[in-house]
Design a protein around this ligand. Structure first.
Ligand code: SF4
Ligand code: SF4
Length: 407
């Protein structure tokens, strides 16, 4: 349900949820960030999701309650700013939602509270830089938009970019996403995904410099109203190609397209690459060769908990003969966040790498030599966190793993 443009941008359900929190604090020890605060009190984060809710309830009362409507609000701006410091350190992973006995949709509520703070003009300044980047170059990094397809230079065979390829038939559009297109440490995911499509004969097209950010970072920032122009552009480009499928290696792009774009693309299947791969495996189109490797799998929040895609990645991994797969203790809706969600890196650049340790510890405990994930942002965070925490794990995207098994 989308919030209205009321003074308090919360749905009726979310307003009820604010009052519905019983303060049981079950979410406290299940919070990705709070469990770290116990070890490092310098991290500016409230004691639990309940504390976030409690704080926001007080803010609403003081800003919009009866007394405030008669005498005006006397809530000092410093109080709002202090609250926002914690709010924008939540990774919006939604893990607390899994454990909440009342069923509070903590992730959606957290994003709605962010929208309130954006209305109050209290939000991290880096969000304005991100907005500038989107306006100038249609990507969150504000890198030249013409460089969006530069990752194609690393591909072993020419990538089918819109306007550069002679291919006219288009089975699937591969929407690469800002992070994978521009971030040097994970551009190899785009290379692996297109190489994989070439190997199995899937007729795909990438939009290249005509691909614009899907708008997800703006949604997380509490700026959902600002994504419409990006959405309109991407929908028009896809419609012109008339594909059967739009596929994504980025779970956050996938989640955004499913929730925001789908009504504009009737008849087009929106599939994360793991769903597409699983379908092609079942059709016999992808036949993995034996690979002797011990692996575990990290459920990315936006693919697993927030989109319900748990089985397909595991089926894809287990389709590889001789692979040894073992799950971590916390998986599926209980999986820990890699630390890279919620635009948190724009607020506290070191926090994601500290948060990643929880997953790395669990992955190491399985005896795996490689931690497989299905998200560029997870891979990017883990790659940097592995040496920081003295780990020896390899980190691979699932498309890279399957490609390796085909070679
Ligand atoms: S969404 Fe994640 S980081 Fe935010 S309060 Fe819940 S568990 Fe903690
Ligand atoms: S688990 Fe749910 S009801 Fe309990 S304190 Fe957390 S948000 Fe409130």
């Amino acid at each position: 349900m989308k919030p209205s443009k009321r003074r308090i941008p919360l749905t009726v359900r979310q307003l009820i949820e604010l009052d519905g929190c019983t303060r049981c604090e079950i979410c406290k020890d299940e919070c990705t960030v709070y469990r770290l605060v116990k070890e490092d009190p310098s991290i500016n984060f409230p004691q639990s999701y309940a504390a976030l809710i409690r704080g926001f309830r007080q803010i609403i009362r003081k800003q919009h309650g009866l007394l405030a409507s008669i005498f005006g609000s006397n809530l000092p701006k410093e109080r709002l700013t202090a609250y926002a410091e914690g709010l924008f350190r939540c990774t919006t992973c939604g893990r607390c939602r899994t454990f909440c006995p009342v069923g509070i949709d903590t992730r959606s509520l957290g994003i709605a509270i962010r929208e309130y703070f954006v209305q109050q003009k209290i939000y991290p300044k880096n969000f304005d830089l991100m907005k500038d980047g989107l306006k100038s170059n249609f990507n969150v990094f504000n890198l030249p938009y013409v460089e969006r397809n530069f990752w194609g230079d690393y591909a072993p065979t020419p990538v089918n970019f819109l306007g550069q390829s002679e291919q006219v038939e288009c089975e699937a559009v591969y929407f690469v996403g800002c992070m994978t297109s521009y971030s040097p440490t994970i551009q190899d995911i785009a290379v692996a995904t297109t190489s994989l499509f070439d190997k199995v004969g899937l007729k795909y097209i990438c939009l290249g410099s005509e691909e614009w950010c899907c708008g997800y970072p703006l949604i997380l920032a509490g700026m959902r109203d600002e994504i419409e122009w990006l959405k309109k552009h991407n929908v028009e480009r896809v419609k012109a190609l008339n594909p059967k499928i739009v596929t994504f290696s980025c779970p956050s792009c996938y989640h955004t397209w499913v929730h925001e774009y789908a009504p504009h693309l009737p008849g087009v299947r929106l599939m994360h690459s793991t769903q597409l791969l699983y379908e092609m495996i079942k059709e016999g189109r992808v036949k993995a060769k034996p690979l002797e490797m011990k692996v575990t799998y990290h459920d990315p929040c936006d693919l697993g908990r927030n989109s319900g895609v748990y089985n397909e990645p595991r089926e894809v991994i287990n389709s590889i003969p001789k692979i040894s797969f073992k799950d971590m203790p916390n998986t599926r809706d209980k999986s820990w966040c890699c630390g890279g969600g919620g635009d948190v890196e724009m607020v506290d650049e070191n926090l994601p790498y500290k948060l990643a340790k929880t997953v790395l510890d669990e992955a190491e405990g399985t005896g795996a030599e490689a931690l497989i994930t299905a998200c560029g942002q997870c891979k990017r965070i883990f790659l940097k966190a592995v040496p920081k925490h003295g780990k020896k794990l390899k980190v691979m995207d699932i498309n890279e793993l399957i490609l390796k098994s085909l070679e």
